[in-house]
Design a protein around this ligand. Structure first.
Ligand code: 2M8
Length: 487
């Protein structure tokens, strides 16, 4: 690896360490988030990973994004997991047989491990095996290939995937890769990606505007990326727990990391029941409001939709398309967020349950993410910065922003998205602070992030008190975004 000359010895060492992790997590066509815990390709991870690869291996960044978008559904949705056919069902749960519904009796994969995606699990094995249905939304067919959608234009390899999405951070990633090395090859990549990124945004803006106010609803906590955030507690409590289904499967995550650091079994039983409800309706989005048990407008997810439109405006200029509609859409999303999800009493944004019309009161870090939007009203920016610098979320000398309010009674420094510090979110917050000229705080955040990795390593998440690494070590987006902070 080429290490930038101006880095001191300790930073240069971090640079090499980060690059080595990305190399080790590269499969030849995509980067896995973690070899131990997440052996497939994840959607928003790929976006963050591309930001880091831009500095050390841009050709891998482009390939990674291509791999993901080759699995885009005909309706524009980009699946949250693209399954690697070389990985067995036992290595990740819920795997392809769950998402396609092709396991025997809808139950767990056979114990002999024969149910790999390319094996007899009943999943698609090649072009034509997984076809879009008549209305072109890529949802389940009669033969049960719901999770395996054909690529956007009908060409290219068919990949098995889940049927839910994640925050659209890919346009931001693609723009970062391009601007670091804006050559002809990069322009070609942008030409390929642009219509696909637009289709992804279109899907979210139309099929997912369940509330009708211009914001996209997530249909599953996994879609937020902040899986067990307290932001979903209320909405989740109303969902029946599929205890029996969970019992028939074995959770894999708990065997890899301590169960105290992961979502609970009760969470998982509800996650499964929501996913089954969506799957059994063929992953259709029509009439979601009448039948789907979980529909929430997430401030983080929607802020990232807005950021994606701004990145698309820049990409449009490169590929000869009109940037103006993208800027307009970013503005519209910003206004909807500001009107609908901001709570003046807490001074931050909160998730809105479309089914009840209620805004969740928990102070969660996704409620700070609208900071990435340049047109956010100045009063709301000031207010978010105050919260970000308060005892609840404060960036202390050593510690970046936690995922949940430190002062909340149920703040849990170990449990995943209910307290620990996450790198990707902090990277976004730092970008947001810079967007609004809060450079001093942005710099403090950057130093705290780099210190954390220097002391603890490239973990998936970190204890918000001690800084100890939690979850998977050698985590791709932590490595990738460290490179970006160092560059
Ligand atoms: C976590 O989510 C997956 C489900 O998608 C899991 O827990 O198995 C989340 O942290 C999510 O944001 C992330 O994209 C994924 C892979 O890193 O892991």
């Amino acid at each position: 690896v080429d290490v930038p000359d101006r880095l001191g010895e300790s930073d240069a060492e971090m640079w090499r360490g980060a690059a080595a992790i990305l190399a080790a997590n590269w499969t030849g066509s995509h980067t896995v988030p973690s070899r131990t815990l997440y052996p497939h390709q994840w959607s928003w991870d790929a976006g963050f990973i591309s930001v880091g690869l831009a500095h050390v291996a841009p050709e891998r960044a482009w390939r990674d994004l291509r791999s993901l978008f080759e699995a885009q559904w005909p309706d524009g949705r980009v699946p949250h997991i693209v399954f690697d056919p070389g990985v067995t069902e036992r290595d990740y749960f819920p795997g392809p047989s769950f998402w396609t519904g092709n396991a025997p009796n809808g139950g767990p994969p056979s114990p002999n491990g024969a149910d790999t995606a390319s094996g007899n699990g009943g999943a698609a094995t090649g072009p034509g095996g997984a076809t879009a249905n008549g209305n072109g939304n890529g949802a389940g067919t009669a033969s049960g290939n719901g999770g395996g959608a054909a690529s956007g234009n009908g060409a290219g390899p068919v990949r098995l995937s889940s049927g839910i999405v994640q925050p659209p951070v890919h346009a931001v990633g693609a723009w970062e890769v391009y601007r670091r090395r804006p050559d002809e090859a990069a322009t070609e990549e942008l030409r390929w990606l642009y219509p696909r990124l637009v289709a992804q945004q279109e899907y979210l803006a139309t099929a997912r505007d369940v509330g009708g106010a211009g914001l996209a609803a997530i249909v599953h906590p996994w879609e937020s990326g902040l899986d067990n955030s307290p932001a979903w507690d209320e909405a989740l409590a109303a969902v029946p727990a599929a205890v029996e289904v969970l019992r028939r499967y074995a959770r894999r995550d708990n065997q890899v990391v301590s169960s105290n650091h992961r979502p609970t079994d009760d969470d998982y039983a509800r996650y499964l029941s929501i996913a089954l409800s969506y799957r059994d309706a063929g992953y259709r989005d029509a009439d979601l409001a009448d039948r789907h048990p979980f529909l929430v407008e997430c401030p983080g997810f929607n802020a990232l939709r807005g950021a994606a439109e701004l990145a698309l405006a820049r990409i449009a200029e490169v590929v000869g398309a009109d940037p103006a509609p993208h800027r307009e859409r970013a503005g519209a999303i910003t206004r909807c967020l500001a009107e609908r999800l901001f709570d003046p009493t807490t001074g931050m944004f909160h998730a809105l349950d479309v089914r009840t019309g209620r805004r969740n009161q928990a102070r969660c870090v996704n409620g700070l993410l609208p900071l990435v939007l340049p047109e956010l009203p100045a009063g709301q920016v000031d207010s978010l910065v105050d919260v970000l610098d308060s005892a609840r979320f404060g960036v202390t000398a050593r510690m970046p922003v936690p995922s949940y309010d430190r002062c909340a009674a149920d703040f849990d420094p170990y449990r995943y998205w209910r307290g620990p510090v996450w790198f990707n979110i902090n990277w976004l917050l730092r970008a947001g602070l810079r967007t609004h000229g809060r450079d001093e705080l942005a710099d403090r955040l950057r130093s705290a992030l780099l210190d954390l990795v220097r002391d603890s390593g490239f973990y998936e998440y970190f204890h918000p008190g001690s800084g100890a690494g939690i979850g998977s070590p050698a985590f791709s987006w932590t490595a990738a975004l460290t490179l970006d902070l160092l560059a």
